[in-house]
Each structure stands twice: as C-alpha cells, then as structure tokens.
Design a protein around this ligand. Sequence first.
Ligand SMILES: C[S@@+](CC[C@H](N)C(=O)[O-])C[C@H]1O[C@@H](n2cnc3c(N)ncnc32)[C@H](O)[C@@H]1O
Length: 199
Amino acid sequence: MPLTRIVSWSHTLLQEVLRPGDLAVDLTAGKGRDTLMLADAVGVDGRVVAFDIQAKALDQTAERLSSSGREPVFWLEDQAIPKLPGCYLIQGCHTDLKKFVGPELRAVVANLGYLPGGDPEQTTCLSTTVEALRQGLQLLCKGGRMAVTVYPGHSGGAEEGAAVTELLSGLPSDAWQVLHMVVANHSVAPYLLVAEKKQ
Ligand SMILES: C[S@@+](CC[C@H](N)C(=O)[O-])C[C@H]1O[C@@H](n2cnc3c(N)ncnc32)[C@H](O)[C@@H]1O
C-alpha cells in the first residue's frame, strides 16, 4: 500500500483490535468506506453505528453496505440502538453519540472534513468534533481504539486538527497510548491520530 495512504493506516490499526461480535462506531459515515470496514471486522454478530448529518451520505453508505450483502437499518428512534447485531445508520450530529450507544465500544473512526464530491460547506467543525470524540473516548472499552483522520487543507481544517491533536495528546499516558502519524514531507496532507485505552 502507498506509504502515505493515511486512511488505510487507520483501517489497519482498527482492524487489529476488532473482533467478531464487537460494537464499533463511525462518527462520519460519508461514502461508507469506513463503515463497511467496521462492518466486515465485527462480522454478522457485531454492531456498527454510523452517523452523518447528510441524508445523501447515509444513502451512499447504505448502498455500499447493501452491495456487500448487509442489510443496513436506518435508525429513526430517539433511543439507544438495540443489542441486536446489525449496521445502524443515524442521520444527525455525532454529538448525539451517547444517546444512541452505550459503553464497551471497541472502535471509533472519524474521518473529518467534507463528503468527497459533495458540498464543501457541509464539513465537520471543531466544537462538535471535539465533543463527539470526548464521548467516544469515554465509551471505549479497555484495549479499544479511536482513529481520527484530519484534513488540514480545507477551511477550518487546520484549527479543527489542532483541537483534535490537543485533545488526544493530552490523554494521560498511564491510561492511554496515543499515536500521531504525519506525512513528513507534505504540510497539508491528511494526518492520523489513534488513541488506545490501555488494558
Ligand atoms: C470526509 S467525509 C467521511 C468519509 C467517510 N468516512 C467515508 O468512508 O467515505 C466527512 C463526513 O462527515 C459528515 N459530517 C459533518 N459534520 C458532521 C456532524 N456534526 N455529525 C455527523 N457527520 C458529520 C459530512 O456530512 C461528511 O459526509
């Protein structure tokens, strides 16, 4: 794989800890590539919850899952998802994470920025991103990981990235391991932060 393909690194590092039957969350479903990766890793007995504010993004995610033999559920209830295995798609802001998902999360993925090919104004934003990540960190189980891909090139992306970096690099080292992966010879390339809650 090309060395600088940051999203692929995020997948590899999450796949390493995910097991069949796990619970995983995609905070930014977009075109569904990350959601499908999680769904494949947790298998038919696992649960994946994917958020996006745009109906168009969730439709693309649902299509991707369906093409891979999944039956995604558009979760329209105003309550937590059930214990039943499945891929639950939620149209709304990821700051509602705790309303829909309980503890014992094995993995959280957040691929920031805007929907590829979509409206660049509909981008993730610093305050909601940080709040959703805080909730995700609280819900992770021991050994669980959160992977955040930051795109500093778009408007507001650099500031959002700085806030995410501050949040994750401030986690206490007795309880967390945190990795920061950057493309060393390109200043506006995406970069990755991965936090693992120690066993
Ligand atoms: C870079 S894309 C995600 C790419 C995606 N994970 C994939 O695999 O194709 C970012 C997505 O975040 C969504 N988004 C922006 N703000 C959000 C929010 N507050 N809550 C949930 N999703 C949000 C956008 O609509 C967009 O689809």
